[in-house]
Design a protein around this ligand. Structure first.
Ligand code: ATP
Ligand code: MG
Length: 276
């Protein structure tokens, strides 16, 4: 949940006030203007307490509307990279910019530009309505139903005796994995940020539900810049660009079509993934 604290503007502002005197700085709003082009320039990263350099010089351009898949072994630094792109962590060397502005300087405002869906989307112990409005406090009931319809949850919520006022229990366990992911998507859609990071958003779902969730994500996020971290190749064909991170660098890069035709390793991975 702490990774989603960015949505709590007020509490964050209060925290900032307590933490240091950067409050004034946070107040000065940075306004980015569409189209949003993301640039990673020789990005290196090492955790303060870590001996290993996790990323060792990542260069990457993500243009507005691009669909990028990031693949790599567990521990290769995919989530770390996502946190860097959101400015939640700062590169130890190199820079990450959106339209030339360092993401780490955007502060709380970043949630207006970049939305994230994590592996296990967190639902809070409050009503369904509140859980969705976390994305956008001003969303009308009508808008809430609209997004529920888009993610295929409208009928399910309608059928609940208390509808939108149904309480979500701790960690949202009354919802299935697939429902929780759709809920997270509904929240993101209400917020309507132009750039969306999906960090292994379908882990733990059965293959059919996974397929379904992926196609809903692709359909509903088609107008946005999409950065999709995934551990396997299913659904990757729908992306414009695929990168593989290994040993801290980009080991393979290209369109799925290009990699399929030219890259032996990609072909092997694809064969494994398809169980051939
Ligand atoms: P997965 O596919 O399992 O999610 P990943 O590619 O997302 O893996 P990261 O979570 O980015 O990998 O982690 C990269 C490396 O950084 C790992 O070796 C991990 O142990 C280490 N690491 C992650 N978070 C921290 C942290 N807060 N402090 C120190 N090391 C960390
Ligand atoms: Mg990860």
């Amino acid at each position: 949940a702490s990774q989603e604290t960015n949505v709590y503007k007020d509490s964050l502002v209060r925290l900032n006030r307590l933490q240091d005197n950067s409050f004034e700085e946070e107040k000065s709003e940075i306004k980015l203007i569409a189209p949003y082009d993301i640039k990673l320039d020789n990005v290196h990263f090492r955790y303060e307490n870590g001996s290993r350099e996790i990323l060792k010089g990542i260069n990457l351009d993500i243009s507005s509307g691009d669909k990028l898949a990031i693949l790599g072994r567990s521990g290769s630094g995919k989530s770390t990279l996502a946190n860097l792109i959101r400015g939640d962590r700062v590169a130890t060397e190199g820079a990450i910019t959106i339209n030339g502005i360092d993401v780490s300087k955007v502060g709380d405002q970043i949630s207006n530009y970049i939305g994230v869906i994590h592996q296990t989307p967190y639902l809070f112990n409050t009503t369904i309505l509140n859980n969705l409005r976390i994305g956008n406090e001003e969303a009308t009931i009508e808008q809430v139903w609209q997004v529920l319809e888009r993610v295929g949850l409208k009928n399910m919520v309608k059928a609940l005796p208390q509808g939108l006022e149904t309480m979500v229990d701790e960690a949202g366990m009354r919802f299935s994995g697939g429902e929780r992911h759709r809920m997270a998507l509904a929240r993101i859609l209400l917020k309507d940020a132009p750039i969306i990071i999906l960090d292994e958003p379908t882990v733990g779902l059965d293959p059919l539900t996974e397929q379904e969730v992926i196609s809903i994500f692709n359909r509903e996020l088609k107008d946005k810049t999409l950065i999709w971290i995934t551990h396997h190749l299913q659904g990757v064909e729908a992306m414009d660009q695929v990168i593989f991170i290994e040993d801290g660098t980009i080991e393979m890069q290209g369109s799925p079509d290009y990699l399929r035709k030219t890259n032996e390793r990609y072909q092997k991975l694809k064969a494994i993934d398809e169980g051939r």
